[in-house]
Design a protein around this ligand. Structure first.
Ligand code: UN1
Length: 516
Protein backbone atom coordinates (compact mmCIF):
# COMPACT_ATOMS: atom_id res chain seq x y z
CA UNK A 1 0.00 0.00 0.00
CA UNK A 2 1.43 3.35 -1.01
CA UNK A 3 1.42 6.04 1.64
CA UNK A 4 1.53 8.98 -0.78
CA UNK A 5 -1.57 11.07 -0.39
CA UNK A 6 -1.48 13.93 -2.87
CA UNK A 7 -0.50 14.41 -6.47
CA UNK A 8 1.94 17.20 -5.62
CA UNK A 9 3.96 14.68 -3.71
CA UNK A 10 4.20 12.42 -6.72
CA UNK A 11 4.69 15.18 -9.31
CA UNK A 12 8.39 15.83 -9.19
CA UNK A 13 10.13 18.52 -11.22
CA UNK A 14 11.47 17.34 -14.58
CA UNK A 15 15.21 16.95 -15.11
CA UNK A 16 15.65 20.38 -16.70
CA UNK A 17 13.68 22.19 -14.04
CA UNK A 18 15.50 20.44 -11.20
CA UNK A 19 18.88 21.27 -12.68
CA UNK A 20 17.89 24.88 -13.28
CA UNK A 21 16.67 25.21 -9.71
CA UNK A 22 19.92 23.77 -8.39
CA UNK A 23 22.04 26.03 -10.59
CA UNK A 24 20.03 29.12 -9.71
CA UNK A 25 20.37 28.41 -5.98
CA UNK A 26 24.11 27.76 -6.27
CA UNK A 27 24.65 30.93 -8.30
CA UNK A 28 22.58 32.95 -5.83
CA UNK A 29 25.15 31.87 -3.18
CA UNK A 30 27.86 33.38 -5.38
CA UNK A 31 29.11 30.19 -7.01
CA UNK A 32 30.70 30.57 -10.44
CA UNK A 33 29.63 27.23 -11.90
CA UNK A 34 31.75 27.61 -15.03
CA UNK A 35 34.89 27.67 -12.91
CA UNK A 36 34.04 24.17 -11.66
CA UNK A 37 32.61 22.65 -14.84
CA UNK A 38 33.66 19.07 -15.56
CA UNK A 39 32.40 15.65 -16.40
CA UNK A 40 31.47 14.18 -13.01
CA UNK A 41 27.68 13.95 -13.05
CA UNK A 42 25.91 14.75 -9.77
CA UNK A 43 22.43 13.28 -9.43
CA UNK A 44 19.48 14.27 -7.31
CA UNK A 45 17.88 11.48 -5.27
CA UNK A 46 14.51 13.13 -5.99
CA UNK A 47 14.39 11.63 -9.48
CA UNK A 48 17.86 10.32 -10.20
CA UNK A 49 18.37 13.01 -12.84
CA UNK A 50 21.64 14.88 -13.32
CA UNK A 51 21.78 18.26 -11.57
CA UNK A 52 25.48 19.06 -11.85
CA UNK A 53 28.51 18.35 -14.06
CA UNK A 54 31.58 19.26 -12.09
CA UNK A 55 35.31 18.72 -12.21
CA UNK A 56 36.63 16.36 -9.56
CA UNK A 57 39.94 17.05 -7.91
CA UNK A 58 43.04 14.91 -8.27
CA UNK A 59 45.38 13.91 -5.46
CA UNK A 60 47.72 16.64 -6.74
CA UNK A 61 44.91 19.21 -6.38
CA UNK A 62 44.45 18.13 -2.77
CA UNK A 63 48.16 18.48 -2.12
CA UNK A 64 48.08 21.97 -3.62
CA UNK A 65 45.02 23.00 -1.60
CA UNK A 66 46.57 21.74 1.64
CA UNK A 67 49.81 23.51 0.72
CA UNK A 68 48.06 26.84 0.19
CA UNK A 69 46.05 26.44 3.39
CA UNK A 70 49.24 25.59 5.27
CA UNK A 71 50.96 28.66 3.85
CA UNK A 72 48.04 30.86 4.98
CA UNK A 73 48.19 29.46 8.51
CA UNK A 74 50.94 31.57 10.16
CA UNK A 75 49.27 34.91 9.40
CA UNK A 76 45.91 33.58 10.49
CA UNK A 77 47.42 32.15 13.68
CA UNK A 78 48.57 35.65 14.56
CA UNK A 79 45.21 37.25 13.80
CA UNK A 80 43.45 37.93 17.11
CA UNK A 81 40.72 35.37 17.84
CA UNK A 82 37.93 37.99 18.08
CA UNK A 83 38.94 39.24 14.61
CA UNK A 84 38.65 35.65 13.39
CA UNK A 85 35.27 35.69 15.12
CA UNK A 86 34.21 38.65 12.95
CA UNK A 87 34.86 36.51 9.89
CA UNK A 88 32.55 33.83 11.24
CA UNK A 89 29.99 36.48 12.14
CA UNK A 90 29.94 37.57 8.51
CA UNK A 91 29.58 33.94 7.40
CA UNK A 92 26.57 33.59 9.70
CA UNK A 93 25.00 36.71 8.19
CA UNK A 94 25.50 35.42 4.65
CA UNK A 95 24.03 32.06 5.61
CA UNK A 96 21.01 33.85 7.05
CA UNK A 97 20.64 35.82 3.82
CA UNK A 98 20.93 32.68 1.66
CA UNK A 99 19.10 30.25 3.92
CA UNK A 100 16.45 29.46 1.30
CA UNK A 101 19.01 29.01 -1.51
CA UNK A 102 21.24 26.69 0.43
CA UNK A 103 18.22 24.88 1.85
CA UNK A 104 16.94 24.22 -1.66
CA UNK A 105 20.29 22.75 -2.65
CA UNK A 106 20.23 20.50 0.41
CA UNK A 107 16.79 19.26 -0.61
CA UNK A 108 17.82 18.68 -4.21
CA UNK A 109 21.12 16.93 -3.52
CA UNK A 110 20.42 15.14 -0.24
CA UNK A 111 16.64 14.68 -0.59
CA UNK A 112 15.64 16.40 2.66
CA UNK A 113 12.16 17.84 3.09
CA UNK A 114 12.20 21.64 2.98
CA UNK A 115 11.70 22.12 6.71
CA UNK A 116 14.61 19.85 7.57
CA UNK A 117 16.80 21.38 4.87
CA UNK A 118 16.13 24.85 6.27
CA UNK A 119 16.76 23.42 9.74
CA UNK A 120 20.15 22.26 8.54
CA UNK A 121 21.06 25.78 7.41
CA UNK A 122 19.72 27.13 10.71
CA UNK A 123 22.09 24.74 12.46
CA UNK A 124 24.92 26.39 10.48
CA UNK A 125 23.79 29.85 11.53
CA UNK A 126 23.57 28.69 15.14
CA UNK A 127 27.11 27.31 15.17
CA UNK A 128 28.39 30.56 13.66
CA UNK A 129 26.73 32.50 16.51
CA UNK A 130 28.22 30.07 18.98
CA UNK A 131 31.69 30.33 17.45
CA UNK A 132 31.59 34.15 17.46
CA UNK A 133 31.04 34.08 21.24
CA UNK A 134 33.68 31.40 21.57
CA UNK A 135 36.22 33.62 19.85
CA UNK A 136 36.37 35.64 23.08
CA UNK A 137 36.29 32.60 25.34
CA UNK A 138 39.16 30.32 24.34
CA UNK A 139 40.01 30.08 28.00
CA UNK A 140 43.02 28.40 29.52
CA UNK A 141 43.32 27.56 33.21
CA UNK A 142 45.84 28.62 35.77
CA UNK A 143 46.97 26.10 38.38
CA UNK A 144 48.66 26.53 41.72
CA UNK A 145 52.30 25.54 41.72
CA UNK A 146 53.92 23.33 44.37
CA UNK A 147 56.90 25.68 44.29
CA UNK A 148 57.04 29.16 45.85
CA UNK A 149 57.12 32.05 43.37
CA UNK A 150 55.86 29.92 40.50
CA UNK A 151 52.66 29.86 38.50
CA UNK A 152 51.29 27.21 36.13
CA UNK A 153 49.03 28.10 33.25
CA UNK A 154 47.65 26.65 30.07
CA UNK A 155 47.60 28.50 26.78
CA UNK A 156 45.65 27.36 23.73
CA UNK A 157 47.09 27.93 20.29
CA UNK A 158 45.87 27.37 16.74
CA UNK A 159 46.63 23.85 15.56
CA UNK A 160 47.09 24.07 11.80
CA UNK A 161 45.15 22.85 8.78
CA UNK A 162 41.93 21.00 9.58
CA UNK A 163 40.75 18.43 7.03
CA UNK A 164 37.01 17.83 6.99
CA UNK A 165 35.38 14.79 5.38
CA UNK A 166 31.60 14.97 5.50
CA UNK A 167 28.68 12.74 4.55
CA UNK A 168 25.66 13.30 2.28
CA UNK A 169 23.08 13.36 5.07
CA UNK A 170 24.23 16.61 6.66
CA UNK A 171 25.98 17.95 3.60
CA UNK A 172 26.70 21.42 4.95
CA UNK A 173 25.93 21.54 8.69
CA UNK A 174 28.71 19.15 9.68
CA UNK A 175 31.20 21.23 7.68
CA UNK A 176 29.97 24.34 9.49
CA UNK A 177 30.38 22.75 12.94
CA UNK A 178 33.96 22.07 12.07
CA UNK A 179 34.67 25.20 10.08
CA UNK A 180 33.09 27.85 12.31
CA UNK A 181 34.96 26.44 15.30
CA UNK A 182 38.22 25.80 13.40
CA UNK A 183 38.26 29.35 12.05
CA UNK A 184 37.86 31.05 15.42
CA UNK A 185 40.52 28.67 16.71
CA UNK A 186 42.84 29.97 13.97
CA UNK A 187 42.86 26.94 11.67
CA UNK A 188 42.43 26.88 7.86
CA UNK A 189 40.03 24.22 6.54
CA UNK A 190 40.23 21.87 3.55
CA UNK A 191 36.93 20.11 2.96
CA UNK A 192 36.07 16.97 1.06
CA UNK A 193 32.27 16.80 0.95
CA UNK A 194 30.25 13.75 -0.07
CA UNK A 195 30.32 12.96 -3.80
CA UNK A 196 26.53 13.11 -3.57
CA UNK A 197 26.37 16.77 -2.52
CA UNK A 198 29.06 18.77 -4.36
CA UNK A 199 26.89 21.77 -5.21
CA UNK A 200 25.84 22.30 -1.60
CA UNK A 201 29.52 22.27 -0.68
CA UNK A 202 30.68 24.65 -3.39
CA UNK A 203 27.81 27.03 -2.61
CA UNK A 204 28.55 27.03 1.14
CA UNK A 205 32.23 27.58 0.41
CA UNK A 206 31.35 30.45 -1.96
CA UNK A 207 29.63 32.18 0.94
CA UNK A 208 32.71 31.66 3.10
CA UNK A 209 34.93 32.98 0.31
CA UNK A 210 32.82 36.11 0.20
CA UNK A 211 33.13 36.51 3.97
CA UNK A 212 36.91 36.07 3.71
CA UNK A 213 37.19 38.67 0.94
CA UNK A 214 35.08 41.17 2.85
CA UNK A 215 37.23 40.55 5.93
CA UNK A 216 40.50 41.07 4.00
CA UNK A 217 41.57 37.55 4.81
CA UNK A 218 43.27 35.05 2.53
CA UNK A 219 41.03 32.95 0.25
CA UNK A 220 43.42 30.09 1.02
CA UNK A 221 41.93 29.71 4.48
CA UNK A 222 39.12 27.59 2.99
CA UNK A 223 39.21 24.99 0.22
CA UNK A 224 36.83 22.41 -1.20
CA UNK A 225 38.18 19.33 -2.93
CA UNK A 226 35.66 17.19 -4.79
CA UNK A 227 35.91 13.49 -5.43
CA UNK A 228 35.94 10.04 -3.92
CA UNK A 229 38.64 7.61 -2.77
CA UNK A 230 41.96 9.12 -3.83
CA UNK A 231 40.86 12.63 -2.85
CA UNK A 232 39.94 11.54 0.66
CA UNK A 233 43.12 9.51 0.96
CA UNK A 234 45.29 12.43 -0.04
CA UNK A 235 43.72 14.49 2.73
CA UNK A 236 44.03 11.68 5.27
CA UNK A 237 47.70 11.08 4.51
CA UNK A 238 48.95 14.66 4.21
CA UNK A 239 51.21 15.34 7.21
CA UNK A 240 50.30 19.04 7.08
CA UNK A 241 46.69 18.20 7.99
CA UNK A 242 46.96 18.57 11.75
CA UNK A 243 43.42 17.41 12.52
CA UNK A 244 41.26 15.23 10.33
CA UNK A 245 37.58 15.40 11.24
CA UNK A 246 35.68 12.66 9.44
CA UNK A 247 31.99 11.86 9.46
CA UNK A 248 30.73 8.67 7.83
CA UNK A 249 30.53 4.93 8.24
CA UNK A 250 32.33 2.89 10.86
CA UNK A 251 34.06 1.10 7.97
CA UNK A 252 35.48 4.43 6.78
CA UNK A 253 36.58 5.36 10.30
CA UNK A 254 38.34 2.05 10.76
CA UNK A 255 40.47 2.89 7.74
CA UNK A 256 41.01 6.59 8.37
CA UNK A 257 41.71 6.44 12.13
CA UNK A 258 44.85 4.26 12.01
CA UNK A 259 46.23 6.06 8.93
CA UNK A 260 46.09 9.44 10.62
CA UNK A 261 47.39 7.95 13.88
CA UNK A 262 50.35 6.40 11.99
CA UNK A 263 51.56 9.89 11.08
CA UNK A 264 50.73 11.16 14.60
CA UNK A 265 47.98 13.41 13.29
CA UNK A 266 44.86 14.06 15.27
CA UNK A 267 41.59 12.53 14.31
CA UNK A 268 38.01 13.33 15.22
CA UNK A 269 35.61 10.59 14.18
CA UNK A 270 31.84 10.75 14.00
CA UNK A 271 30.73 7.37 12.71
CA UNK A 272 27.73 5.08 12.82
CA UNK A 273 24.92 5.06 15.33
CA UNK A 274 22.30 2.53 16.33
CA UNK A 275 20.21 4.66 18.57
CA UNK A 276 17.51 3.36 20.87
CA UNK A 277 14.69 4.75 22.96
CA UNK A 278 13.55 3.00 26.09
CA UNK A 279 9.84 3.48 26.77
CA UNK A 280 9.08 3.01 30.46
CA UNK A 281 5.70 1.93 31.86
CA UNK A 282 4.94 5.51 33.03
CA UNK A 283 5.75 7.20 29.68
CA UNK A 284 3.36 9.76 28.21
CA UNK A 285 2.57 7.77 25.09
CA UNK A 286 1.31 10.71 23.00
CA UNK A 287 4.57 12.56 23.44
CA UNK A 288 6.52 9.33 23.09
CA UNK A 289 4.88 8.46 19.79
CA UNK A 290 5.62 11.87 18.31
CA UNK A 291 9.20 11.69 19.58
CA UNK A 292 9.70 8.24 18.07
CA UNK A 293 8.17 9.05 14.69
CA UNK A 294 10.27 12.18 14.13
CA UNK A 295 13.49 10.49 15.22
CA UNK A 296 12.87 7.22 13.37
CA UNK A 297 11.14 8.27 10.14
CA UNK A 298 12.41 11.87 9.81
CA UNK A 299 15.12 12.47 7.20
CA UNK A 300 13.94 9.11 5.78
CA UNK A 301 15.96 7.41 8.52
CA UNK A 302 19.22 8.85 7.20
CA UNK A 303 20.65 10.69 10.21
CA UNK A 304 23.39 9.15 12.25
CA UNK A 305 21.13 10.04 15.18
CA UNK A 306 18.10 8.30 13.63
CA UNK A 307 16.23 6.14 16.13
CA UNK A 308 16.61 2.56 14.98
CA UNK A 309 15.37 0.67 18.05
CA UNK A 310 12.52 1.06 20.51
CA UNK A 311 12.86 -0.91 23.73
CA UNK A 312 9.41 -0.76 25.32
CA UNK A 313 8.26 -2.14 28.67
CA UNK A 314 6.01 -5.20 28.37
CA UNK A 315 3.07 -3.31 29.85
CA UNK A 316 3.12 -0.68 27.10
CA UNK A 317 4.78 -2.34 24.11
CA UNK A 318 1.52 -3.30 22.35
CA UNK A 319 0.18 0.21 22.77
CA UNK A 320 3.43 1.73 21.48
CA UNK A 321 3.48 -0.57 18.46
CA UNK A 322 -0.12 0.27 17.64
CA UNK A 323 0.36 4.02 17.95
CA UNK A 324 3.64 4.16 16.05
CA UNK A 325 2.28 1.80 13.38
CA UNK A 326 -0.81 3.99 12.92
CA UNK A 327 1.31 7.14 12.65
CA UNK A 328 3.63 5.47 10.13
CA UNK A 329 0.74 4.43 7.87
CA UNK A 330 -0.25 8.10 7.55
CA UNK A 331 3.21 9.50 6.83
CA UNK A 332 3.26 11.46 3.56
CA UNK A 333 6.13 10.10 1.44
CA UNK A 334 7.23 11.80 -1.77
CA UNK A 335 8.49 15.04 -3.25
CA UNK A 336 10.45 16.71 -0.45
CA UNK A 337 10.12 20.12 -2.11
CA UNK A 338 6.38 20.43 -1.46
CA UNK A 339 4.92 21.42 1.84
CA UNK A 340 3.38 18.65 3.87
CA UNK A 341 5.70 15.87 2.77
CA UNK A 342 7.42 14.34 5.76
CA UNK A 343 9.52 11.63 4.15
CA UNK A 344 11.69 12.17 1.07
CA UNK A 345 13.76 9.67 -0.91
CA UNK A 346 16.58 7.40 0.08
CA UNK A 347 19.87 8.66 -1.25
CA UNK A 348 20.67 5.84 -3.67
CA UNK A 349 19.89 2.44 -5.09
CA UNK A 350 22.43 0.94 -2.68
CA UNK A 351 20.53 2.47 0.23
CA UNK A 352 17.31 0.94 -1.08
CA UNK A 353 18.97 -2.45 -1.44
CA UNK A 354 20.19 -2.17 2.13
CA UNK A 355 16.62 -1.38 3.24
CA UNK A 356 15.21 -4.43 1.44
CA UNK A 357 17.94 -6.75 2.66
CA UNK A 358 17.55 -5.66 6.29
CA UNK A 359 13.78 -6.25 6.19
CA UNK A 360 14.37 -9.74 4.80
CA UNK A 361 16.94 -10.51 7.47
CA UNK A 362 14.63 -9.20 10.17
CA UNK A 363 11.83 -11.44 8.95
CA UNK A 364 14.18 -14.43 8.93
CA UNK A 365 15.09 -13.61 12.52
CA UNK A 366 11.42 -13.81 13.48
CA UNK A 367 10.48 -10.14 12.96
CA UNK A 368 6.92 -9.11 12.17
CA UNK A 369 6.44 -6.10 9.90
CA UNK A 370 3.89 -3.83 11.58
CA UNK A 371 3.88 -1.00 9.05
CA UNK A 372 5.60 -0.10 5.79
CA UNK A 373 8.20 -2.29 4.15
CA UNK A 374 7.62 -1.40 0.51
CA UNK A 375 9.01 0.90 -2.14
CA UNK A 376 6.76 3.84 -3.04
CA UNK A 377 6.26 4.55 -6.72
CA UNK A 378 7.39 8.17 -6.92
CA UNK A 379 10.07 9.89 -8.98
CA UNK A 380 10.63 7.19 -11.58
CA UNK A 381 12.82 4.13 -11.86
CA UNK A 382 15.98 5.89 -10.66
CA UNK A 383 14.50 7.30 -7.46
CA UNK A 384 14.12 5.29 -4.29
CA UNK A 385 11.27 6.30 -2.01
CA UNK A 386 10.20 3.83 0.65
CA UNK A 387 7.58 3.46 3.33
CA UNK A 388 9.05 3.97 6.78
CA UNK A 389 8.94 0.57 8.40
CA UNK A 390 8.27 -0.76 11.89
CA UNK A 391 9.27 -4.31 12.72
CA UNK A 392 8.49 -6.07 15.99
CA UNK A 393 11.47 -8.27 16.87
CA UNK A 394 11.59 -11.23 19.26
CA UNK A 395 15.16 -10.38 20.29
CA UNK A 396 18.12 -8.17 19.50
CA UNK A 397 19.47 -10.27 16.64
CA UNK A 398 22.35 -9.50 14.30
CA UNK A 399 20.29 -7.28 11.96
CA UNK A 400 19.16 -5.11 14.88
CA UNK A 401 22.78 -4.66 15.94
CA UNK A 402 23.71 -3.43 12.45
CA UNK A 403 23.17 0.16 11.31
CA UNK A 404 21.06 0.20 8.14
CA UNK A 405 20.85 3.76 6.82
CA UNK A 406 17.12 3.67 6.04
CA UNK A 407 13.85 4.19 7.94
CA UNK A 408 13.54 0.85 9.68
CA UNK A 409 12.55 0.83 13.34
CA UNK A 410 12.90 -2.37 15.35
CA UNK A 411 10.72 -2.77 18.43
CA UNK A 412 11.87 -4.95 21.32
CA UNK A 413 10.33 -5.41 24.76
CA UNK A 414 11.73 -5.68 28.26
CA UNK A 415 10.66 -6.59 31.76
CA UNK A 416 12.95 -4.52 34.00
CA UNK A 417 15.09 -1.45 33.51
CA UNK A 418 18.44 -3.25 33.88
CA UNK A 419 17.46 -5.44 30.95
CA UNK A 420 16.42 -2.40 28.92
CA UNK A 421 19.72 -0.63 29.62
CA UNK A 422 21.63 -3.80 28.68
CA UNK A 423 19.75 -3.88 25.35
CA UNK A 424 20.41 -0.18 24.79
CA UNK A 425 24.11 -0.76 25.35
CA UNK A 426 24.24 -4.16 23.65
CA UNK A 427 25.21 -2.90 20.19
CA UNK A 428 28.64 -1.94 18.83
CA UNK A 429 27.70 1.71 18.26
CA UNK A 430 27.31 4.39 20.95
CA UNK A 431 26.01 7.65 19.54
CA UNK A 432 22.58 8.58 20.88
CA UNK A 433 19.91 7.20 23.20
CA UNK A 434 16.80 8.25 25.02
CA UNK A 435 14.31 7.22 27.65
CA UNK A 436 10.65 8.16 27.75
CA UNK A 437 9.45 8.04 31.34
CA UNK A 438 7.70 10.10 33.99
CA UNK A 439 9.53 8.25 36.72
CA UNK A 440 12.42 10.45 37.80
CA UNK A 441 14.40 7.59 39.31
CA UNK A 442 14.28 5.74 35.98
CA UNK A 443 15.44 8.82 34.12
CA UNK A 444 18.30 9.33 36.56
CA UNK A 445 19.39 5.72 36.28
CA UNK A 446 19.51 6.03 32.52
CA UNK A 447 21.71 9.14 32.56
CA UNK A 448 23.96 7.81 35.36
CA UNK A 449 27.36 6.21 34.71
CA UNK A 450 25.83 2.73 34.81
CA UNK A 451 23.05 3.77 32.42
CA UNK A 452 23.33 4.49 28.72
CA UNK A 453 26.86 4.17 27.33
CA UNK A 454 26.22 6.66 24.51
CA UNK A 455 27.60 10.14 23.88
CA UNK A 456 24.07 11.58 23.80
CA UNK A 457 21.61 10.51 26.49
CA UNK A 458 18.17 12.15 26.41
CA UNK A 459 15.04 12.09 28.55
CA UNK A 460 11.55 12.50 27.04
CA UNK A 461 12.90 13.52 23.65
CA UNK A 462 14.00 11.43 20.67
CA UNK A 463 17.55 10.51 19.74
CA UNK A 464 17.98 13.00 16.89
CA UNK A 465 17.83 16.76 16.50
CA UNK A 466 20.55 17.76 18.96
CA UNK A 467 21.25 21.47 19.46
CA UNK A 468 24.68 22.82 18.56
CA UNK A 469 25.43 24.03 22.11
CA UNK A 470 26.31 20.56 23.36
CA UNK A 471 29.24 18.42 22.32
CA UNK A 472 28.11 16.06 19.56
CA UNK A 473 29.48 12.55 19.11
CA UNK A 474 29.55 9.09 20.57
CA UNK A 475 31.46 6.17 21.98
CA UNK A 476 32.53 2.68 20.84
CA UNK A 477 32.23 2.24 17.07
CA UNK A 478 30.86 5.77 16.78
CA UNK A 479 34.48 6.80 17.09
CA UNK A 480 34.76 8.89 20.27
CA UNK A 481 34.98 12.32 18.62
CA UNK A 482 33.12 15.40 19.83
CA UNK A 483 32.19 18.29 17.55
CA UNK A 484 30.11 21.44 17.78
CA UNK A 485 29.48 23.03 21.20
CA UNK A 486 30.63 22.74 24.82
CA UNK A 487 34.42 22.36 24.90
CA UNK A 488 34.68 20.51 21.58
CA UNK A 489 36.80 23.47 20.39
CA UNK A 490 39.77 22.07 22.29
CA UNK A 491 40.25 19.42 19.58
CA UNK A 492 40.98 22.26 17.14
CA UNK A 493 43.76 23.84 19.23
CA UNK A 494 46.98 22.75 20.82
CA UNK A 495 47.51 23.15 24.52
CA UNK A 496 50.74 24.42 26.02
CA UNK A 497 51.42 24.12 29.72
CA UNK A 498 53.55 27.00 30.96
CA UNK A 499 55.42 27.18 34.26
CA UNK A 500 56.39 30.74 35.14
CA UNK A 501 59.08 31.22 37.76
CA UNK A 502 59.19 34.69 39.29
CA UNK A 503 60.99 33.64 42.50
CA UNK A 504 64.58 34.38 41.56
CA UNK A 505 65.45 30.89 42.89
CA UNK A 506 65.43 27.56 41.08
CA UNK A 507 63.62 25.05 43.28
CA UNK A 508 63.00 21.76 41.47
CA UNK A 509 59.69 19.95 41.40
CA UNK A 510 59.17 16.77 43.44
CA UNK A 511 61.82 18.00 45.89
CA UNK A 512 64.68 16.93 43.63
CA UNK A 513 68.09 18.46 44.44
CA UNK A 514 70.68 18.91 41.72
CA UNK A 515 73.24 21.43 42.93
CA UNK A 516 75.81 22.57 40.38
C1 UN1 B 1 24.36 13.52 11.54
O1 UN1 B 1 23.38 12.79 11.35
O2 UN1 B 1 25.48 13.26 11.02
O3 UN1 B 1 21.35 15.70 16.13
C2 UN1 B 1 24.31 14.77 12.32
C3 UN1 B 1 21.00 15.72 14.95
C4 UN1 B 1 21.57 16.80 14.07
C5 UN1 B 1 22.90 16.40 13.55
C6 UN1 B 1 22.96 15.03 12.96
N1 UN1 B 1 21.68 18.02 14.82
O4 UN1 B 1 20.19 14.93 14.48
Amino acid sequence: MSTTTTTERTDLPGADELRQRAERAAQACGLDLSAHAGDAAGRSPLTGSVVSSLAWSSAADVEAAVGRAHAAFPAFRDTPAPVRGNLVKRLGELLTQHKADLGELVSIEAGKITSEALGEVQEMIDICDYAVGLSRQLFGRTMTSERPGHRLMETWHPLGVVGVISAFNFPVAVWSWNTAVALVCGDPVVWKPSEQTPLCALAANALLQRALAESDLSPDLAHVVLGAGEVGQALVDDPRVALLSATGSTRMGREVGPRVAARFGRVLLELGGNNAAIVGPSADLDLTTRGIVFAAAGTAGQRCTTMRRVIAHRDVVDDVVERVGAAYRKLPVGNPLVEGTLVGPLVSKAAFEGFEAAIEQAKEAGGEVIAGGARVDVGGADAYYVEPTVIRMPQQSQVVCTETFAPILYVLDYADLDEAIALNNGVPQGLSSSIFTQDQAEAERFVAASGSDCGIVNVNIGTSGAEIGGAFGGEKETGGGRESGSDAWRAYMRRATNTINYSGELPLAQGVTFDV
